[in-house]
Design a protein around this ligand. Structure first.
Ligand SMILES: O=P(O)(O)O[C@H]1O[C@H](CO)[C@@H](O)[C@H]1O
Ligand SMILES: O=c1cc[nH]c(=O)[nH]1
Length: 234
């Protein structure tokens, strides 16, 4: 076991999907995996391993924000041998042509977090996803007829800000949406030489205030989840 995950070595698959919400991990395990077994309940941050179309896959909740996600990602890679980590999250759109329910393939992530900046003072260090995973996910999404967007996202330390101006300014510079974990995933995946990919469903629009209903979110999440499962199965 590691500090925050009680699984024995070998109980976590090399391919791990990473929702922020541990109950989304449970939903995915129950809905999409065969023979799913829960390997972690520490802090309620549920983790499951099962099979998808014969491929062994784990689903691990990460919590919200980069400090929490970094703990799980670090332990999955270094204590359990994870090799392909795919975030499946929600995000808020910051461009008018990015629509509610769109699925975003995060090519890269900007961040206002100090966790990366503190390690490379004086450098602007882009956090990028694994090209093979991005390409595979994109091709799978297109074959399913999804409205996929590929581009830069912002991983923010804050969900609530005094003004959405700082986010909308980033939108004018090509950033598609805001979420809270992708930069940490890409930083750690590149640091430890494993594959990192982040797929995000647009759950709300920061410029218009539009939001999805719970039912709509469920359906669109399923599209994103299937793209993630099929990407790690290739
Ligand atoms: O839906 P998840 O994966 O949790 O992702 C987004 O939702 C949370 C905020 O509501 C943050 O974790 C953000 O990144
Ligand atoms: O971090 C997030 C996630 C979803 N929607 C947002 O506006 N922000």
């Amino acid at each position: 076991m590691s500090f925050h995950i009680e699984a024995k070595v070998g109980e976590v698959a090399e391919s791990v999907l990473l929702p922020g919400d541990p109950l989304r991990a449970k939903y995915i395990a129950e809905t999409f995996l065969e023979d799913a077994v829960c390997y972690n309940q520490v802090r309620g941050m549920l983790g499951f391993t099962g099979t998808y179309k014969g491929k062994r896959v784990s689903i691990q909740g990460t919590g919200m924000g980069m400090p929490s996600a970094s703990i799980y990602i670090h332990e999955l890679i270094n204590d359990y041998g994870a090799k392909h980590l795919v975030r499946i999250g929600t995000c808020g759109a910051i461009q008018h042509d990015v629509k509610i329910r769109d699925v975003i393939v995060a090519q890269a992530a900007a961040t206002n977090s100090a966790i990366i900046r503190n390690q490379f003072p004086g450098y602007d260090f882009p956090q990028i996803g694994n090209f093979d995973s991005i390409k595979t996910a994109f091709e799978i999404g297109v074959s399913k007829g999804l409205n996929l967007r590929v581009g830069n996202v912002l991983s923010s330390d804050l969900f609530y800000t005094d003004s959405s101006d700082e986010f909308s300014k980033l939108g004018k510079h090509g950033v598609l949406a805001v979420e809270m974990e992708t930069a940490a995933l890409y930083f750690l995946a590149n640091k430890f030489g494993v594959k990192g990919l982040s797929l995000l469903t647009v759950s709300d629009h920061i410029l218009t205030g539009e939001q999805t209903t719970a039912q709509e979110r469920q359906t669109t999440f399923n599209d994103m989840i299937e793209v993630a499962l099929e990407t790690v199965s290739k």
